[in-house]
Design a protein. Structure first.
Length: 156
């Protein structure tokens, strides 16, 4: 059985009947009919569920459109210090293989926004800077013996 976990706004109306329309997850579907990294089947041969919902467009009352572009977040298991910007709580290595869980997590980040006129022509666009630092900070070392951790009374 499928059921809705969330509802997303599709249109916002003014008192005069004008509206702005919102669209989500407008990504190309794969050969299996699923949105890559966004949908995943529940169990072998099961129905798909949505792991994440991404706002992909907003159309205003004049027909102009804002198109949101996304790129994959970093995830690698090449070394212990490799970047891992998301996690699947039930898998050591996140993937889209079917399982019995319906974990929700985002695998894309917002890369840019392009604004188009009502005729589809480009008005302007902006792209966000993304400079990940994949190397984690070294762990802070604490003294191991109780005597070494004690603070002298004169230091208080």
């Amino acid at each position: 059985m499928q059921y809705a976990k969330a509802w997303h706004l599709r249109k916002a109306y003014s008192r005069f009947g004008e509206f702005a329309a919102l669209s989500y997850n407008e990504f190309p579907r794969g050969g299996d009919g699923l949105l890559k990294d966004v949908e995943q089947p529940v169990g072998g041969g099961g129905k798909a569920y949505t792991k994440a919902c991404y706002l992909t467009g907003i159309t205003d009352v004049f027909g102009r459109k804002a198109v949101f572009a996304y790129r994959p977040k970093l995830w690698s298991n090449a070394s212990p210090s490799s970047p891992r910007e998301y996690a699947d709580p039930h898998k050591a290595v996140p993937d889209n293989s079917p399982n019995g869980y319906q974990d929700c997590y985002e695998t894309y980040y917002l890369d840019g926004i392009a604004l188009q006129g009502a005729d589809g022509g480009a008005l302007f666009s902006l792209r966000f800077s993304y400079r990940p630092s994949p190397a984690p900070a070294p762990p802070r070392r604490w003294p191991t013996s109780p005597a070494a951790r004690a603070t002298p009374a004169s230091a208080c």
